[in-house]
Write a protein that binds this ligand. Structure first.
Ligand SMILES: Nc1ncnc2c1ncn2[C@@H]1O[C@H](COP(=O)(O)OP(=O)(O)O)[C@@H](O)[C@H]1O
Ligand SMILES: [Mg+2]
Length: 225
């Protein structure tokens, strides 16, 4: 079943075209990797899907309520320097967008607790996110993203800057989530990891979609950079 359909989607920054005429579909249950070199338009496309970048032309259809999407942005330092504890960060994931005052129900707190335990972060409950290692920070942000039991997770370079043993651990976490039915769309330039875990791959090159297909087709074409 299709859950996301992009038809000739174009996204610009001023006169720079970052995504040019992209067409693809994501099916429920996919582990869909967007591959491509730096600057090829992966992050912009994810931002277009969550509504952080306006779509200039074409059409993007999400076949379910947008609240069921969790988005983990490409790690930026500001996120990590934020003066909040692991618990506060995770709990904030239960907030619905549009609310002005943070108010947490008992149920929100239970879901945040569950998410924190699932990611093994309870021992860091009162630690400030800035004092954690890169892998632990990523776990805290992932716990936040999981609070709303997403149907679709958008992950932008979730392994950048992490050492390989931690990446492996996180990959198996994502794979487990995917097996539990969460659709994953992940932007990455780690072609080795893509070959190992994705079910479908889309290659972006210079803002264009160069290839969309199954992992078997991807391997057969031996896309390697
Ligand atoms: N905020 C921005 N303002 C202007 N240009 C941008 C902005 N963000 C990205 N770009 C440009 O858009 C293109 C695609 O960038 P991006 O989507 O970040 O690619 P990727 O995630 O594949 O590295 C690049 O040419 C980049 O320089
Ligand atoms: Mg990017």
């Amino acid at each position: 079943m299709e859950i996301l359909t992009a038809s000739s989607v174009t996204i610009n920054y001023g006169n720079v075209t970052a995504v040019d005429n992209a067409s693809f579909t994501v099916n429920e249950g996919d582990y869909f990797c967007i591959a491509g070199a730096n600057g090829s338009g992966k992050s912009t496309l994810l931002k277009g899907i969550v509504g952080l970048c306006p779509i200039k032309s074409g059409h993007l259809h999400i076949h379910f309520p947008k609240e069921q999407i969790s988005y983990l942005s490409q790690s930026n330092k500001a996120d990590r320097d934020f003066p909040a504890t692991v618990w506060e960060i995770i709990l904030s994931g239960t907030q619905k967008s549009g609310k002005t005052l943070p108010f947490y129900s008992k149920e929100d707190k239970m879901r945040a607790e569950e998410s924190m335990v699932k990611l093994g972060m309870e021992k860091f409950r009162n630690t400030r996110i800035g004092n954690l290692s890169g892998g632990q920070q990523q776990r805290a942000l992932l716990a936040r993203a999981l609070c709303k039991s997403p149907r679709l997770m958008l992950l932008d370079e979730p392994f950048a800057g992490l050492d390989s043993s931690i990446s492996e651990e996180l990959y198996s976490l994502y794979r487990d989530l995917n097996k539990q039915g969460v659709t994953i769309v992940m932007a990455s330039h780690d072609y080795q990891a893509i070959g190992k875990y994705a079910s479908r791959v889309m290659l972006m090159n210079n803002s264009h979609v160069d290839f969309v297909g199954s992992i078997e087709e991807w391997r057969a074409n031996l896309w390697q950079n």
